[in-house]
Ligand binder design. Structure first.
Ligand SMILES: Cc1cc2nc3c(=O)[nH]c(=O)nc-3n(C[C@H](O)[C@H](O)[C@H](O)COP(=O)(O)O)c2cc1C
Length: 246
């Protein structure tokens, strides 16, 4: 598997409150280590900790906070799977130079990740321009085949029950296929009646939110769907990671 944060790039450590932690590339990181053995009072620590766990990165954009809620849910689910490190990278204005997304520190961290999960709101039936700009910035990785065989997945939020979210998720899937990554979709079906995947999207986790504040939407059911996707990604990444080490 790819190198972990502890295998080449600085390790991030967080306080036990585990809030969104300022990190040098100007993005938000929400770190959930299991166990929290890396936590120190210093929010950013370079470490040679022997932590032996796969690294799962989430890269997402959110205009008004609804997709942030989904990202938190996906991160929670991944973390709950246990023995993985999860880092969120929220695409921010600070990443844009000359109208293009550019952040080498984040790309290096993604190089070192075992799984990458992508998210944005559905805008005009596709990914947001900010996520697309990030995607375009990865063409050097594509040429070097750097992300081949990493696990990948996606999530989105849109205002309508469908809202053409499928096209957004397909764009992410196509992007990951170009990189040679291994796509993981949503396993839960609404037919079980458990409240998972109520919107019936299998290419990725889907939430719905329009004018409600992010504290109210996406719904608890949608966020549980995000958690399940995160958990699935983490479980499969862990299995692959262990297989590759033996
Ligand atoms: C520019 C723009 C385009 C949008 N396009 C769609 C769309 O195609 N389908 C849809 O259902 N909702 C659409 N919406 C609504 C957003 O997807 C929705 O409000 C979402 O919750 C925003 O997430 P955010 O708060 O993370 O930015 C659009 C909103 C904006 C601002």
């Amino acid at each position: 598997m790819a190198g972990h944060a502890l295998r080449g790039v600085p390790t991030l450590a967080c306080s036990h409150a585990c809030p969104e932690t300022a990190i040098p590339w100007g993005l938000q990181a929400h770190l959930m280590f299991t166990p929290l053995t890396n936590c120190t009072e210093d929010p950013l620590t370079e470490s040679t900790s022997p932590t032996d766990s796969p690294l799962i990165s989430i890269v997402f954009h959110s205009g008004n906070g609804h997709t942030t809620e989904m990202s938190r849910a996906v991160a929670r689910g991944a973390s709950a799977a246990g023995n993985v490190s999860v880092v969120e990278h929220q695409i921010s204005d600070a990443d844009f130079k000359g109208g293009r997304w550019q952040n080498d520190d984040v790309l290096s961290r993604l190089d070192a990740s075992d799984a990458i999960i992508f998210g944005s709101p559905t805008y005009m039936g596709g990914v947001s321009a900010q996520l697309k700009s990030f995607m375009d910035s990865t063409s050097s990785r594509y040429l070097q085949r750097k992300w081949v065989d990493k696990i990948a997945a996606a999530f989105t939020v849109s205002g309508l029950p469908s809202g053409d979210k499928h096209n957004m998720l397909l764009t992410c899937a196509t992007f990951e296929m170009q990189h040679g990554m291994i796509w993981v979709g949503v396993a839960e079906s609404p037919v079980t009646g458990d409240g998972y995947n109520r919107l019936g999207f299998f290419f990725g986790a889907a939430g719905q939110a329009l004018f409600e504040p992010p504290s109210e939407a996406p719904s608890a059911e949608d966020k549980r769907t995000g958690e399940m996707l995160g958990r699935r990604v983490a479980t499969l990444t862990r299995r692959l990671y262990d297989t590759r080490r033996t």
